[in-house]
Ligand binder design. Structure first.
Ligand code: ARG
Length: 597
């Protein structure tokens, strides 16, 4: 189903072109800001009248006389200097609901010209535990992927993990010494074996230790450097084995977190920095050959136009240091080239916090200078603000440490569990655990999604677990309540499924029914809006408003106490609302909605 907004835009623009004789004159249809004036508003008349040097109200009248919209709207009304207000007819709404009812995809239109979109998100750093800073990239990126896929785009997820760099020389050497000490020697086979027994419970701790040793111990430092060389050249198989061990141990840290959060990243989506290690030299060479990269203070740099420092001097995008080492930027250039040339991306979305804004701006500029991306390619940095504690300062543990994601999620589930225990202590254990996980994890995710991602936001368990307001438990409860109507119907021997499938046509008469229908038919549009701007909060807002419209409907319109076609229409409204909430929550936000709360 095409969104109504699009149908109206197209039809009115066509008529506008005919009436005005102007070739390029869009109707500019928007959602009405106040339902008092209708559902949609045509804003393009004034611009057309200005070009024609004619009175806009009179021109609006001429346009309205030619418009053929009676299959969708009531008679258009002209308002103010030349706006046209449109109100959908109950018949159109009823027909649209029937179309959605019969469509397994809830009337969401798949794009006729799908794009290949690379979404780069999560990207945890190996040998460090995931902390709250990785939460936002991981869940926002995942929602973007789900929305784009739902609209029919070809989405390629990329987990750009930090698995390469000099710090791994240190770590490998540290691990080697630890294993060697455990085996009293340095026989590679014995070390490999010992490694399997060394339980890397806390790689982060190892990392701290390794750094300390690197600072104070000359021999260690030299050996660690040698490990970096070996990593790059692949000379020493034991070095590579140790490195792989570190990466795979880290993966064991983040995989269960992805699972708990319902993140759709798969092992195949992981293309970490190491993947690009053998492509960095050729990136630098290509940019040098094109005279884009030049030497500056011994380093190799690109100076994209328009980037200057505080003193007004050109800002370098450094791609190779004077000691020959490559940087984060070089890897990102290699990844960019790979995604454009090998993955054939039309759009690339990077999801990281706002502090990397300059890096990505410069990266995009260099990719354009290199001719890898022309103007048809959309390169986007989707940024987000900081998670704050209830004190308004960056979120930290009581002792000031970074909050480990695993612990945070555990606490959310525990708190949800306490609530379930209070409200529904008679439920079987297994059910309680299920609901607690759905509510706890759902609350953390939803509260993040429901904020404008550009802003910092306060992380508060109390707020996100509240049963009222725009929260996960509220939405989950709204869903369970609709489901309970169905259960009550069964008790009254109403076969809801049979009744729903027997419906051939419905009539909407009550204002609350009509209002709910207007919300329901906007679902596809709201996904589109959210996907274009990569803003999950558009979707949570929509779902919240939908459940508000449902509440008003349910208060005004009895369902099971009625009969015949009225009951059928109302059951249909209940069913479509439940399906929409479930789809939005579980398919697009990755949040479970239990049938019962
Ligand atoms: N590992 C990086 C970090 O923790 C995120 C990677 C983002 N993606 C990229 N292509 N640079 O900041």
């Amino acid at each position: 189903m095409k969104p109504v907004l699009e149908i109206l835009e197209q039809r009115i623009s066509n008529t506008l072109a005919k009436v005005s004789g102007l070739p390029n004159c869009p109707a500019v249809v928007r959602m009405a800001t106040d339902p008092k004036f209708g559902d949609y508003q045509v804003n393009g008349v004034m611009a057309a009248a200005k070009q024609l040097k004619t009175n806009p109200r009179q021109f609006a009248q001429k346009l309205v006389a030619e418009l053929k919209l009676d299959d969708i709207c009531q008679t258009p009304e002209i308002a103010g200097p030349g706006f046209i207000n449109l109100r959908l007819t109950p018949e159109f709404l009823a027909q649209s609901l029937m179309d959605i009812h019969r469509d397994a995809n809830l009337g969401i239109e798949k794009k006729p010209n799908p794009q290949t979109v690379v979404v780069d998100y999560s990207g945890p750093n190996i040998a460090k535990q995931m902390h709250v800073g990785h939460l936002r990239s991981t869940i926002i990126g995942d929602c973007i992927c789900r929305m784009l896929e739902c609209l029919g785009h070809n989405v390629i997820r990329q987990n750009h993990i930090g698995d390469w760099g000099t710090q791994f020389g240190m770590l490998v050497q540290y691990l080697y010494q630890k294993a060697a000490a455990a085996t009293n020697g340095s026989n590679p086979a014995a070390i490999e074996k010992a490694l399997q027994n060394i339980h890397i419970a806390d790689l982060e701790e190892f990392y701290q230790q390794a750094k300390k040793r690197d600072d104070g111990d000359e021999a260690f430092r030299t050996a660690a450097r040698q490990r970096v060389v070996e990593l790059h050249s692949g000379q020493n198989p034991l070095t590579l084995t140790l490195w792989r061990q570190i990466v795979s141990e880290s993966r064991k840290h983040y995989q269960p977190i992805y699972q708990a959060l319902h993140i759709t990243l798969k092992a195949d989506d992981e293309r970490g920095e190491s993947f690009y290690a053998d492509k960095l030299e050729s990136v630098v060479k290509q940019l040098q050959d094109n005279s884009l990269a030049v030497e500056s203070d011994g380093a190799v740099c690109v100076f994209p136009e328009g980037f200057t420092n505080k003193e007004g001097a050109p800002l370098p995008f450094i791609i190779q240091k004077s000691d020959g080492a490559f940087l984060y930027a070089t890897t990102d250039l290699a990844a960019m080239r790979f995604r454009l040339k090998d993955l054939h991306a039309n759009r690339i979305i990077y999801v990281t916090d706002a502090r990397q804004a300059l890096h990505f701006k410069m990266l995009f500029a260099v990719a354009k200078m290199a001719g890898w991306a022309d103007d048809s390619i959309k390169l986007e940095h989707v940024t987000f603000g900081t998670m704050l504690g209830t004190d308004g300062k960056p979120f930290k543990t009581r002792t000031g440490g970074t909050v480990k994601l695993a612990e945070l999620l555990g606490e959310a589930i525990q708190r949800a569990r306490d609530v379930v225990e209070q409200k529904n202590s008679e439920l079987p254990e297994e059910k309680k655990a299920q609901i607690a996980a759905a509510v706890g994890i759902g609350a953390v995710k939803y509260s993040d999604y429901s904020n404008n991602r550009d802003s910092d936001y306060i992380f508060s368990f109390d707020k996100m677990l509240a049963m009222d307001g725009n929260t996960a438990p509220y939405m989950q409860y709204a869903y369970a309540r609709i489901k309970s109507i169905e259960r009550k119907a069964q008790d009254k021997d109403v076969d809801v499924q049979a009744e729903l499938s027997a419906i051939a046509q419905i009539a909407l008469t009550d204002p609350a029914e009509i209002d709910l229908a207007k919300h329901l038919i906007r679902y596809g549009q709201s996904i589109q809006n959210a996907a274009v701007e990569c803003r999950p909060n558009y979707l949570t807002n929509y779902l919240y408003e939908l459940s508000g419209a449902f509440s008003r409907f349910y208060n005004a319109c009895p369902v099971l106490q009625t009969e015949g076609s009225i009951r059928a229409a109302r059951l249909l409204l209940c069913d479509l609302t439940a399906r929409t909430i479930r789809h939005g929550m579980s398919q697009l936000l990755g949040i479970d909605v239990p049938e019962q709360m």
